[in-house]
Design a protein around this ligand. Structure first.
Ligand SMILES: Cc1cc2nc3c(=O)[nH]c(=O)nc-3n(C[C@H](O)[C@H](O)[C@H](O)COP(=O)(O)OP(=O)(O)OC[C@H]3O[C@@H](n4cnc5c(N)ncnc54)[C@H](O)[C@@H]3O)c2cc1C
Length: 465
């Protein structure tokens, strides 16, 4: 059993680091589905485009997705209909249908071998009547089954095979890609790594969680939701994907003869005993067979259920907040962002704009978010709850520094500063994956304090004084 995503198996990458200062028309920060889709739509447009990635292409949230390409997304249309009205619900549906066309057309045009498969997509649970009626009203052919609704024109794929091929296409089109290149600061039109800088007319934040605080953006516009996933082999492929409409969240799909099974979703500020979260998943999947891969993943859920895609100012653009539906929304974001840069009209620009009207529902959710942030910050300062940890995990003060210590199976001590560089939250130790995780905004570090996932831009490696 491997504690990694199934999509990263056999994934080998040729990487090149930024080793000089650069200047370009468009700098894209982030090499997930958003960044690569944006670069794809900018190729051949007579622009100098550079994409930088902190780790390796496809190593972020995209590498751990369940990889469904679907417009049937739990109860999204009933929520939007109720909170934002019919027009918004309809426009969002159209955006997802267009996104599916965008990604499947790219796969066909570029002949990308990424195990694309057309499957039925189910939502299972209670209170599906309204969702079904809305979809019918919008002329979607929706079917009913026992406690379920489904559509049959949706897909699943292998997200990393897709991204690897897109990377190759970009490089063949003179788009420069630098990996292991961490942007730590942006000032005006210049993005800085520790050693070099890149000056750009347009900078695109395709980095999932915005890695520096943007006024009135994260963390106020949403929160991070975390889930636990496993892949079980030797299973008959039933050519469908499914998700529950109410708690507990269970989501599944097949890939070849593997069942990809997700159990449990929660805001990262809740349920912080990670060993327990993984144990719940393991207990649940035992009945299906033995699992080969197990991992966790987290995505941004926005307060108004809509992604955030657009301009922050004339030269800074952002695409994030996909509410766990980033295969469609990340692909669509690539088109919207490139259209904004190329000054082409796009019918979805207003729907996803960074600054958009707030409904009463969103204001309520924002207030909840402020309370949640306050609570998780306070909680993060009281993290040394011994009940959550084995004796291998300790919390101490060394001189004036609060540190966390993990003692491995060889009795080797791994010491880190126990304060997230992002907004100073205390970190919890995830004993299952051996990572230090921020319960407020989702940054993750390995047992030695090396940054795995933002919004932090810095490591927490402990230096003896
Ligand atoms: C459990 C789970 C299951 C999901 N399943 C589905 C699904 O079935 N279908 C679906 O449509 N969506 C799904 N999603 C959502 C989807 O996976 C995400 O929305 C999507 O992958 C986000 O893509 P991204 O490109 O925005 O982010 P990422 O893939 O995280 O890419 C951002 C990249 O930016 C890099 N980066 C960050 N900061 C910097 C920096 N300072 N300098 C340089 N690089 C930086 C990161 O290393 C990262 O590689 C799921 C999400 C979760 C949590």
């Amino acid at each position: 059993m491997k504690k990694q995503s199934i999509w990263l198996e056999n994934f080998k990458n040729q990487t090149k680091k930024l080793d000089t200062n650069e200047e370009c028309d468009v700098l894209i920060i982030g090499g997930g589905i958003t960044g690569l889709s944006t670069a794809y739509h900018l190729k051949g447009k007579n622009l100098k485009v550079i994409l930088v990635e902190r780790n390796e292409i496809g190593s972020g949230i995209t590498s751990k997705t369940t990889g469904k390409i679907t417009y049937l997304q739990e109860l999204i249309y009933s929520k939007l209909y109720k909170e934002k009205g019919k027009e918004v619900a309809k426009l969002y549906l159209n955006s997802q249908l267009d996104a599916i066309k965008i990604v499947t057309n790219i796969i066909k045009k570029e002949k990308i071998d990424c195990d694309l498969e057309q499957v039925k997509s189910y939502v299972i649970g209670n209170n599906l009547e309204k969702e079904k009626d809305i979809l019918k009203e919008f002329n979607i052919k929706v079917f009913e089954d026992k406690n379920a609704i489904f559509v049959d024109d949706t897909y699943v794929f292998h997200p990393i095979k897709y991204l690897v091929k897109i990377k190759e296409i970009l490089e063949n089109n003179n788009i420069k890609i630098y990996e292991h290149t961490n942007i730590i600061e942006i000032k005006n039109d210049i993005a800085y790594t520790k050693e070099y800088h890149i000056k750009a007319k347009n900078i695109v934040l395709a980095c999932h969680y915005p890695f520096f605080l943007l006024p009135l953006l994260m963390p106020i516009k949403g929160y991070l939701e975390k889930s636990y996933i496993a892949s079980i082999s030797n299973i008959e492929n039933k050519k469908l994907s499914a998700i529950t409409s109410n708690n507990p969240t269970i989501s599944l799909r097949y890939h070849l003869n593997n069942l990809i099974y997700l159990n449990g979703s929660h805001a990262i500020s809740n349920h912080q005993n990670e060993q327990k979260n993984f144990d719940n998943l393991i207990n649940e999947i035992k009945k299906y067979g033995t699992f080969d891969y197990i991992w966790s993943n987290q995505d941004i859920v926005t307060n108004d259920h809509l992604p955030i895609i657009g301009k922050i100012n004339d030269s800074l653009l952002i695409a994030t907040g996909y509410n766990t539906w980033g295969m469609t929304n990340g692909s669509l974001a690539g088109k919207i962002i490139s259209d904004l840069i190329l000054q082409i009209d796009n019918k979805y620009t207003d729907l996803f704009a960074v600054k958009r009207d707030k409904s009463l529902y969103e204001i309520k959710n924002i207030l909840n978010e402020i309370v949640r942030n306050g609570k998780s910050f306070t909680l993060s300062k009281l993290i040394n709850n011994k009940k959550w940890y084995s004796k291998q995990v300790q919390f101490k003060a060394i001189k004036n520094d609060k540190v966390g210590i993990y003692i491995d199976e060889n009795n080797q001590k791994h010491i880190v500063y126990n304060k997230c560089p992002h907004l100073k939250c205390g970190l919890i130790f995830n004993e299952f994956e051996k990572t230090w995780d921020c319960p407020c905004h989702g940054s993750r570090f390995d047992m030695d304090g090396n940054l795995i996932l933002g919004p932090s831009r810095y490591n927490i490696t402990y230096k003896k004084q």
